[in-house]
Design a protein around this ligand. Sequence first.
Ligand code: ZN
Ligand code: ZN
Length: 235
Amino acid sequence: MIKVLASGSTGNCYLLETEKEILILEAGINIKKIKEGLNFDLNKVVGCLITHEHKDHSKSVKEVLRCGIDVYMSEGTLNGINLDFDYSHRIPYLLEHNSIAKIGEFTVIPFNAQHDVNEPLGFLIYHPELGKVLFLTDSFYVKNRFNNVDHILIECNYSEDVLSELPAWRARTLKSHMSLETLKETLSCWDLTGTKDITLIHISHDNGDPERFQKEIQELTGIKTYIGESGLIIK
Ligand SMILES: [Zn+2]
Ligand SMILES: [Zn+2]
C-alpha cells in the first residue's frame, strides 16, 4: 500500500509498504512524525529515498541515518544538505540518473527532475507486490515518458490561471514546479493502460486548488485520482 504522511511545501514523506518491507520516500518532516507514521516499528524499513536538498524533502535526513536506515540521494543533493561530520560513519548511498538500485525487493531507477537545485531526481520504483510506482515531485516538466505505471504519484503544484494573478510568485514557480496544465499535457502523452491510480502531490497551499485538480485530472485520464494529503492510504 501507499501512505501519505505529508505532502507540500511544509513537508513531504510517503511510505511504500508491502507485507515485509517499507521504503520511505522523502524525509521532509519531523523524525517523530515519520516514526509515528511507521507505528514506531522501523524493522520493515529497507531504505529512504530523497529527491533533493530543499528542507521540505530533507529536513530529517540526519535523524533517519541515525535510526540506522540507509538513505539514497544524488551526489548533488548530498552536497546541498549540510550533514555534520559526526554522521560521516553512515553516509547516504549515491544515486545517478538512469542507474539501478536494489533496495530489499524494491528496484529503483532514478531519473533527472527539473528543479532549481543541484541534482534533483525522480524515481521509477518496482516491487513485485506493488507493481510499478512513479514518484515525481518538484519538477516543472518531465522529459521521460512513463507508460503503463501502476501507481503514479506526481506533483500538481499550481494552475497557470491562478498564478497569473500573483506576479510575485511567477518567476520561481514557473521554473521549479509542475502546473496543472503541464501535468495534463504530460499525462496525455503517456500510455496509462494498466494505471490504477494517480495521486496529486505537493499541491501549493496558495496557488493550488486540490478539488479542482483532482476532478480535472480524473476527467482527463479516466483514472481514479487522489489528493495526496496527510492520512491518505491507497491499498
Ligand atoms: Zn518541495
Ligand atoms: Zn524543492
